[in-house]
Ligand binder design. Structure first.
Ligand code: SF4
Length: 506
């Protein structure tokens, strides 16, 4: 079988989803190969895009095209990571050159894919992309690559790992191409986005005839069953990165992604899609996770480990903190008393922890309580100061426009950030999207602002009149303009955001 990671997703690390599936297939002796079409398509564009002597360009475009290979190389050799301004210029220029690749309404980027007429939120548009793969800007790449791969591997099943909206139109274009040229192939579609679609209570499969099997949730056991493996005894399969091009990714060293759990152990935050989708928390036992990490580090020699858990559990954090001299790592942790203990944080630092991502969400205690966030601001403040003292950078996540928030509450968030400007390394500022299948959607007057049958979010009428337009105005005119906030935001790596931030603090 062939496992495909389709374009377009951030191309800075090997895809963890297909590595997990590969581990499961290998453990059952199932012959397979992996195609990271995302990184291959990017390399294809970089190697085949040139400044054309007979064309007129504006200054920025000419510079971006002239330097496309050099900019690609600079992100990989790491030299620009010493200077955020050089980094920004390099990444933005590379993205601009990649965007110029397409016409016919499509705009592919390094980490995004937009289309003027087709929306990944409409099943009709996805089916149209499948019917006309030749319209996809990556067609010159995949129309050569896919047939060779299918024939060489005499594959009968092809699985796509579809996790982001930015991958959807290209996934369907590739699936459509395969069905047209190899009608006997069985197409399996799984991944985070497919899971979200299928968790919607109104879900009705619109893709019959194109997609043979849709898989929701962790796919290892389900894929093994589809492939006819019986007697699946294992509870856990170690990911296998052996079939991925580990040295091709857009980062100054190998990144090893690893999840020690799926779902979230807290699972209470009212705004959270994990909770709305009722995804169960399934942790890997701490000993097993540590064994996996040690073995994967030995096999892949990473420069940085990226822990993908929605929130790294306290038992795993404690084990990591007791393990000095590890490879640098970063990941999401919940703000807790544990992070106010300087000795513990120093232990984390010694274990290799270079950055923690923290979901603070709001600087107003009333909002936090109503959202069931389970953190208090005193602890958050102390945790930020303690982590700073221990030498661990923080990437703080905020969310504005929740039903619980008002303008005065949003201003308290601004005050909190301003008070902690020296402790907060990076900021992610998000506008609240109400999950369509969450409990809150039934409590408020809702209306669809996303135009498709596959929308995951819904608009709602804010009980305090704090609607999207007002929230946006506050963010643009007040929050982001505050000197403390703009100083932090200026440090944020564009496009790659937290995926590259750790390289600036190592
Ligand atoms: S801690 Fe994060 S992942 Fe867990 S429920 Fe809250 S928002 Fe969701």
């Amino acid at each position: 079988m062939i496992l495909i990671h389709p374009p377009v997703a951030k191309p800075c690390e090997p895809p963890a989803g297909v590595a997990k599936l590969s581990g499961a297939l290998s453990s059952h002796g199932i012959n397979h190969t992996i195609l990271d079409a995302n990184i291959e398509a990017l390399l294809y564009i970089v190697s085949s895009t040139h400044l054309q002597a007979d064309k007129q360009y504006d200054k920025w475009t000419a510079r971006s095209l002239r330097n496309i290979s050099g900019n690609h190389a600079s992100i990989r050799n790491g030299r620009i990571f010493h200077n955020i301004d050089r980094y920004k210029r390099t990444v933005i220029d590379l993205n601009h050159a990649v965007e110029l690749w397409a016409d016919k309404g499509a705009t592919p980027g390094i980490a995004n894919y937009r289309h003027k007429y087709l929306s990944p939120l409409r099943s009709d548009d996805l089916l149209l992309a499948a019917e006309h793969p030749e319209e996809n800007p990556y067609y010159p790449y995949f129309s050569k690559r896919l047939p060779t791969l299918v024939e060489r591997n005499t594959a009968q099943v092809v699985g796509f790992s579809l996790n982001y909206l930015s991958q959807a139109l290209c996934t369907f274009a590739m699936a459509g191409f395969l069905k047209q040229h190899f009608p006997g192939l069985s197409i399996v579609l799984g991944g985070g986005l497919v899971t979200s679609w299928m968790k919607n209570p109104d879900w009705a499969n619109p893709f019959g005839g194109l997609i043979d099997q849709l898989v929701a949730g962790p796919g290892e056991r389900k894929l093994l069953a589809i492939l006819g493996a019986d007697d699946i005894k294992e509870e856990h399969f170690r990911p296998d990165y052996g079939l991925l091009p580990l040295d091709d990714y857009l980062a100054p060293g190998r990144i090893l992604p690893y999840s020690a759990s799926s779902g979230c152990y807290w699972n209470k935050c009212s705004f959270c899609p994990e909770k709305a989708e009722n995804n169960p928390y399934v942790p890997i036992p701490v000993d097993t996770a540590i064994d996996d990490l040690n073995e994967l580090i030995r096999l892949t020699g990473p420069f940085l480990v990226h822990l993908l858990d929605n929130a790294i559990s306290s038992p795993l954090l404690k084990r990591l903190a007791g393990n000095a001299g590890g490879v640098p790592w970063y990941g999401f942790a919940r703000i807790s008393r544990l992070l106010t203990d300087i000795e513990f944080c120093r232990g984390l630092k010694k274990s290799g922890c270079v950055m923690l991502k923290l979901g603070l969400e709001s600087g107003d205690q009333g909002v936090l309580d109503k959202m069931h966030k389970g953190i208090d601001l005193e602890t958050a403040s102390l945790a930020l100061k303690t982590l700073k003292k221990a030498g661990i950078a923080t990437y703080v996540y905020l969310i504005f426009g929740t039903p619980e928030e008002t303008l005065p509450a949003a201003r308290k968030t601004l005050e909190f950030v301003a008070r902690h400007k020296d402790e907060i390394g990076f900021l992610n500022v998000a506008l609240f999207n109400m999950p369509i299948c969450g409990p809150e959607a039934s409590r408020f007057e809702t209306s669809s602002f996303y135009e498709g049958d596959l929308s995951l979010y819904t608009d709602f009428s804010h009980p305090g009149g704090w609607n999207r337009k007002e929230v946006r105005l506050f963010l643009e005119n007040e929050f982001k303009k505050h000197r403390a906030v703009s100083g932090i935001l200026m440090k944020d790596p564009p496009i790659f955001t937290s995926n590259h931030a750790a390289f600036f603090v190592m």
